[in-house]
Design a binder for this molecule. Structure first.
Ligand code: SAM
Length: 346
């Protein structure tokens, strides 16, 4: 195991059977070796910088029915909301005034937000804050729409592929298409976005063999960002009562992703910090370098319930975040924080 971890650290790649071997063998007695290599790697590529992104969840309407997600269309028990364009702009301004230079606009797949509304929103945000980066996380749209969003000012796009296993994808995403999801990622890349992919950790049926495929898929896709997080089954979904995804396993996977993709931007996602009060700290020590505080306004607090007990961070609560990041030996960087890969190709 030690030899393989060292080889992965030095070469940033490994054969499928070796990744599977690591996933099968790494445990509490040896995981520190992996974490140390991942931390060394992130320090080499991004030094001690931890980038902050202001995450605004602007609508919880969704046409889809993902088996794990609390805002799925069939869940009639949550209160739906959508923020107006004016409110979204106001929230981003507030985040900007607190120093944020990346706005992540996330929502369910909400048919209300047609191309024209989103374009108007993007143009206004870009003209208000030309130096800030805008990340969209709004799901699947046709190629042309993605292209228009890009031209209107969107810089980045997060679209988790959710599961690389065709079988699991089909099982947990009724009425959605595995190949369309992957095609969307390809389209986004082709258009020029900084692209984020990722998967859920702990979906029932997910084996180490599937996780090996996840890691190799990411290596091949070479995205600018990778978002992974543990499954937190929502009680009003078909996966209610399933086992919660493991934070420890997520941390191991974060480290492996860091070693396979040294330059990728890797957030400690909200789900990790929801399950573990020290989630941010542990994630950073495992090779992550991005934190995405939720900045949604009071009127929507608690309603973007993809899972329960999801914390919202006050935009102004930067000192608490700073304290936690610094205690882990890192420092906050409030710049746009583009991916190194994208900066090199500019
Ligand atoms: N609709 C957009 C999309 O499809 O990309 C973005 C919003 S979606 C709610 C954001 C992410 O939340 C998904 O990619 C999924 O991985 C994650 N998610 C949803 N429900 C979850 C749950 N119960 N536990 C963990 N992650 C969850």
């Amino acid at each position: 195991l030690r030899d393989l971890l060292r080889q992965l650290y030095l070469e940033n790649q490994l054969a499928s059977k070796d990744i599977l071997y690591i996933l099968n063998k790494v445990d509490d007695s040896n995981k520190e070796i992996l974490f140390n290599y991942a931390e060394k790697t992130v320090l080499k590529t991004y030094q001690k910088k931890v980038y902050l992104r202001a995450l605004l969840e602007f609508s919880n309407y969704c046409r889809n029915n993902c088996y794990y997600c609390g805002i799925r269309n069939n869940n009639r028990e949550i209160k739906r909301y959508r923020l107006s364009v004016k409110k979204i702009i106001k929230c981003c301004l507030l985040a900007y005034q607190h120093g944020y230079r990346t706005f992540v606009l996330q929502s369910g797949e909400d048919d209300f937000f047609k191309e024209d509304i989103l374009i108007k929103l993007l143009q206004r945000l870009k003209s208000n804050h030309p130096e800030a980066a805008i990340t969209l996380s709004i799901g699947e749209y046709p190629y042309k729409s993605y292209q228009r969003f890009y031209q209107a000012g969107a810089d980045r796009f997060l679209l988790r592929h959710e599961s690389i296993s065709k079988e699991l994808y089909k099982k947990y995403h009724p009425d959605m298409s595995y190949s369309r999801r992957l095609q969307c990622l390809k389209n986004l890349k082709k258009i020029g976005y900084q692209v984020g992919a990722g998967f859920i950790v702990g979906l029932p049926g997910q084996t180490n063999k599937i996780l090996t495929e996840e890691l190799l898929f990411l290596k091949k896709l070479n995205p600018d960002m990778v978002g992974i997080g543990p499954l937190i089954p929502h009680p009003k979904t078909p996966l209610a009562g399933s086992q919660t995804g493991s934070v420890d396993k997520t941390l191991l996977l974060l480290s492996l992703i860091r070693l396979l993709l040294p330059e990728t931007l890797l957030p400690v996602t909200t789900a990790v910090n929801t399950l573990d009060k020290k989630g941010w700290e542990k994630g950073l020590k495992a090779g992550a370098n991005v934190i995405m505080p939720v900045i949604s306004p009071a009127i929507s607090r608690g309603k973007y319930e993809i899972y329960q007990n999801k914390g919202n961070t006050d935009v102004s609560n930067l000192s608490e975040i700073k304290k936690r990041v610094e205690r882990s030996g890192f420092k906050i960087d409030m710049s746009r924080g583009d991916s190194l890969k994208c900066l090199k190709t500019k």
